[in-house]
Write a protein that binds this ligand. Structure first.
Ligand code: ATP
Ligand code: MG
Length: 399
């Protein structure tokens, strides 16, 4: 098969393929970009696989960066673009079900495609637009099927992350898992415990934030994978409450998805749960705040002080979760309360501690801190203008 209209991303990258070929090696576009081009979906990164070894690749181009030489990857800088050029390779020994203990560079495209996870991810495209399809990936693309390359149980035994990737691709593409592939995934779920949490998080997170998240999540639950993910064991019925969300709802961010997940699971200690998932403190805080806002909103509209305390974006995300649950919503009211705030951050206040010390001879300490908070809240609540003379008069009264 030939891809008649090469997307511009490939056209721009063609000189890279041609340079490698002119140097006497083979080179192809591979992986997700080929799949997405054939599906007429937007293309993210254009990855190139080549028979040239990393040192050889580096000789061909003027500007390269070593990004993962041990895996065979060289970053090539060409015409203001960056391309990962990876040497054809096999991954022979998986001793701990995680990462290959050893990669071997090879000169054959076939060997390289064989080690890829799903048939639709094992397609290659040459510089003339010919699709190289050694595992009937085109057929699976057409029928919207996710099928492991080769013998499924072997593939998931080699690298259990592929199980999560399978659910993730289901969620992003809306495809169906081939029965043998799904059964093999199911049989290998205990190996998920051996996968690094960071890698699992990335796949689960992509699953949740994808358009067909319900589909991916259903398979994940049906496979029993939950029992081997951090803090998710025995929470199936709680997790399934997410399916009560409005059918066309898609999460707008990771933090929103995880906030909804945590609420569904009825997890009280959000920080601890997200720590077990090895997420950043900043992420934990934002998720926690969405849940906090959601809980406040169960009893009332957020007042000025609450709107001031949280970022608008998080308040909106909590309201969107309400919407997904079919609860009453009022985005206008959120915006108008937020707009009515005369300050959004305490640094916008025209006085600070230093100035009050100078004007009134206050001593630095908790009492001054309290006074500043009082000023801040009076401004937030609209009982005090953020003007120097008004604030000084306000302080004078309280001296
Ligand atoms: P996305 O559009 O989300 O980037 P992708 O298919 O490009 O999807 P990547 O994680 O970027 O996914 O990986 C690029 C390619 O590398 C895949 O298409 C697949 O061929 C191969 N690959 C990645 N991870 C694995 C894995 N764990 N096992 C086997 N092959 C893999
Ligand atoms: Mg990719």
């Amino acid at each position: 098969m030939r891809l008649e209209n090469m997307p511009s991303e490939f056209q721009e990258a063609l000189p890279v393929l041609k340079k490698i070929k002119n140097a006497g090696f083979d080179a192809y576009f591979v992986g997700g970009s080929v799949r997405d081009a054939l599906l007429e979906r937007p293309i993210h990164d254009v990855d190139i696989a080549s028979s040239s070894y990393p040192e050889e690749t580096k000789h061909i181009f003027e500007r390269t960066i070593d990004v993962g030489i041990e895996h065979g990857t060289v970053l090539v800088l060409e015409d203001n673009h960056e391309y990962e050029v990876t040497t054809f390779r096999t991954e022979d020994l998986y001793v701990d079900y995680r990462r290959p203990s050893h990669v071997t560079f090879v000169r054959s495209l076939k060997e390289d495609l064989k080690r890829r996870d799903f048939t639709i991810n094992a397609l290659a495209l040459d510089e003339a637009g010919n699709v190289i399809d050694l595992f009937e990936g085109l057929d699976d693309l057409k029928h919207q099927i996710l099928r492991a390359v080769g013998i499924p149980s072997e593939r998931f035994n080699e690298d259990a992350l592929r199980i999560m990737r399978g659910f993730r691709f289901q969620a992003s593409l809306g495809f169906t898992l081939d029965a043998d592939t799904f059964n093999a995934m199911k049989g290998c779920v205990p190996l998920l415990e051996k996968i690094s949490v960071e890698r699992t998080f990335i796949e689960f997170d992509k699953l949740l934030t994808s358009f067909y998240w319900r589909k991916g999540l259903k398979s994940l639950i049906a496979s029993g994978a939950m029992d081997y993910l951090p803090d998710m064991r025995n929470h199936q019925s709680q997790l399934e409450t997410l399916f009560n969300f409005q059918v066309d709802f898609q999460f707008t961010s990771s933090e929103q998805a995880w906030a909804a997940l945590l609420m569904a699971l009825q997890i009280k200690n959000i920080k601890r749960f997200l720590k077990h998932w090895k997420t950043s403190n900043a992420f934990q805080k934002r998720v926690e705040q969405i849940v906090m806002i959601f809980n406040l909103r169960q009893t009332h509209f957020l007042d000025k002080e609450e709107c001031y305390r949280f970022e608008l974006d998080l308040i909106i995300q909590a309201e969107e979760i309400r919407q997904a649950q079919g609860l009453a919503i009022d985005f206008e009211r959120i915006y108008s309360t937020y707009d009515s705030l005369t300050i959004h951050d305490k640094h916008e206040i025209v006085v600070n501690g230093g100035l009050l010390i100078k004007e009134f001879g206050f001593k630095p300490g908790p009492a001054l801190g309290q006074l500043l908070t009082e000023i801040e809240m009076a401004i937030v609540n609209g009982v005090l203008d953020n003007r120097l003379e008004d604030i000084l008069a306000f302080v004078e009264e309280r001296k």
